[in-house]
Design a protein around this ligand. Structure first.
Ligand code: GAL
Length: 370
């Protein structure tokens, strides 16, 4: 009798496994192409996307292309050959995917530009944050912290560090910040001792921390070596802010801590915020960005052509935009989530997202991802 029960149990287990496998096999294959593991946020995006798509029954092929545009082309080609139904892509270089995405188009694959727009390719949708607002939030933080509207005759020195010229977002971040601060620059309240006022002069290829460090060391040596006070280092994101903060620690002679801005809520940068080496970061909840992408893909694979109505289905606030993001072939309909400012006084908001928790000493934030 015992033997019979054991056999029935085994048969049942095999059956349920078979049923589960059959269900998973039925799921469409989704190709997710991330740029690099060396920038912290893409590890988080990759994890959330994979986790959420698999939980919804899809199969996922996830690649990281080492910040190498040629490798990303190959990785995407392989995913096309593997029969993906949808490609979710963060472009390493927005201008080098046209040809491989022509292949995707011919194979009837839907392409979603994730976070960064892809130029000159048939992209069905763009899912991102309001990129211009990211820069506005950084600038607004500076305006409030220094009360620039009531500065009177006071003047402050500012230097900019921007992102990767191959990334369509980088210009939006820089312009959002620069445009917002321009009235104060024009009025003479903000001065730029280096004279570096254009995106090209302050861009940081591949968003490299090392390059940002080196560039800022040069700026400090050339324009601040005589004791000139630096008040603000406006950095477009956390990987560049990490380099700039490091340069300030090692090479800045002044005894004030300049305001240092950032973006992404990377763990090391949040530690720097606690320790006072960075002042703020613009947070973009990438678990929500993944969630929006899943809802969008679900709708597309169910035959819909989603528009503004889809935002009702998102767990997070997002706007449907059909004006801003022209990729050279036309405006790409976009779902844009909402970024917000984080500094040492509201770190708890990050805990509220569920994506971070306090460490054992209740001092620094750590990720809730494994
Ligand atoms: C941007 C992205 C930012 C930042 C940066 C560096 O495209 O929007 O959040 O992570 O890349 O990877």
């Amino acid at each position: 009798m015992k033997k019979l029960l054991a056999m029935i149990l085994v048969v049942c287990m095999v059956c349920s496994l078979g049923a589960f496998t059959a269900f998973a096999d039925e799921g469409d294959l989704i190709g997710i192409s991330m740029p690099t593991k060396s920038l912290e946020r893409w590890n988080r995006d990759g994890s959330y996307l994979k986790e959420q798509f698999e939980a919804a029954g899809y199969k996922v092929e996830l690649t990281y292309s080492d910040n190498d545009a040629v490798q990303q082309n190959n990785d995407i080609s392989n995913m096309i050959a593997d029969g993906v139904k949808v490609l979710v892509i963060v472009a390493i270089d927005s201008d080098t995917l046209s040809s491989v995405l022509k292949d995707a188009e011919e194979a009837g694959i839907t392409v979603i530009a994730y976070d960064r727009l892809i130029n000159n390719a048939n992209v069905a949708y763009y899912v991102s944050f309001d990129n211009y607002t990211v820069g506005v939030l950084q600038a607004q933080y500076v305006i409030d912290a220094l009360d620039l509207n009531n500065a009177g005759d006071k003047t402050y020195n500012i230097e900019f560090t921007a992102g990767d010229p191959a990334d369509t977002n980088a210009g939006y971040f820089f312009n959002g910040a620069f445009d917002t601060l321009k009235p104060f620059i024009d009025a003479g309240t903000l001065k730029i001792p280096s004279g570096k006022t254009t995106f090209e002069q302050v861009a940081t290829p591949a968003w490299s921390t090392d390059t940002a460090l080196e560039n800022f060391q040069n700026t400090l040596a050339s324009y601040y070596g005589d004791g000139t006070v630096l008040d603000i280092a406006l950095c477009s994101n956390d990987s560049t802010a990490a380099g700039v903060a490091q340069a300030i620690i090692s090479d800045y002679a002044g005894d004030n801590q300049p305001i240092v801005t950032g973006q992404d809520g990377d763990i090391g940068n949040l530690q720097n915020i606690v320790d006072g080496y960075q002042t703020m970061t613009v947070y973009k909840n990438v678990a929500d960005e993944a969630g929006v992408t899943l809802v969008l893909v679900d709708a597309i694979l169910n035959g819909a052509t989603p528009g503004a109505e889809l935002v009702e289905k998102f767990a997070a606030e997002a706007a449907f935009d059909t004006e801003t993001y022209d990729n050279g072939l036309g405006v790409v309909p976009s779902y844009l989530l909402v970024p917000y400012s984080i500094d040492k006084d509201n770190l708890e908001l990050l805990v509220d997202t569920g994506n971070y928790k306090w460490d054992a000493d209740n001092h620094y934030l750590v990720s809730t991802l494994g």
